[in-house]
Design a protein around this ligand. Sequence first.
Ligand SMILES: O=C(CO)[C@H](O)[C@H](O)COP(=O)(O)O
Ligand SMILES: [Fe+2]
Length: 221
Amino acid sequence: MSACIHPSILSADFVNLEAELARIGGADAVHVDVMDNHFVPNLTLGLPVVERIQAVSPVPLDAHLMIADADRWAPLYADLGLDSVTFHAEAAAAPVKLARELRARGSKAGMALRPATAVEPYLDMLSELDMLLIMTVEPGFGGQAFLDLTLPKIRRARAAVDGSGASVAIQVDGGISASTIERAAEAGADVFVAGSAVYGADDPGDAVERLRVLADRARGA
Ligand SMILES: O=C(CO)[C@H](O)[C@H](O)COP(=O)(O)O
Ligand SMILES: [Fe+2]
């Protein structure tokens, strides 16, 4: 199966979101970064804006919740009918219960790990997840440099997912561009978030296709 490319609207023009969404019609999903200025030192948007994006988006929504008290808030995003809702393991008191709740409300369940958070403590809950997000930058801001130190964690996650038999996508987010996507793909990622590399391009739709070709080649797909 082809690599999935999820442009992040963090790098889009927030005053013209509907038009910005139309520019990435060939993407597999749009990645929406929700930040609360508590879990991360930045503030973006919340439920009412995500609800409107969901109403007008030509592609499914992949919400990345960088917010404290995920147990309370993440289910409310699932209630909007989003394709996937990803909470941070570091922000959830009961990750398994929360993942089950997201699925029960009709969303795919994603769980994210900061660069310094090990994957091993969570391997016994892979079957509860549809997606595991390995952050490849410290969450909080777009436009940061890809952290190569996350590559071994991507490899370990890939080996664990393949060994488990569970169907879990491995997403990477942060610093993904034409010069880094192949490294992440070779390590085992299959879903790629790209903000600045897509919306900073003259033609975001073309940038999506180029990234997909590079990732597929690196994955041998
Ligand atoms: O979650 C994020 C930051 O916390 C963003 O999704 C990510 O940074 C995308 O931006 P870029 O591709 O420019 O790094
Ligand atoms: Fe993100």
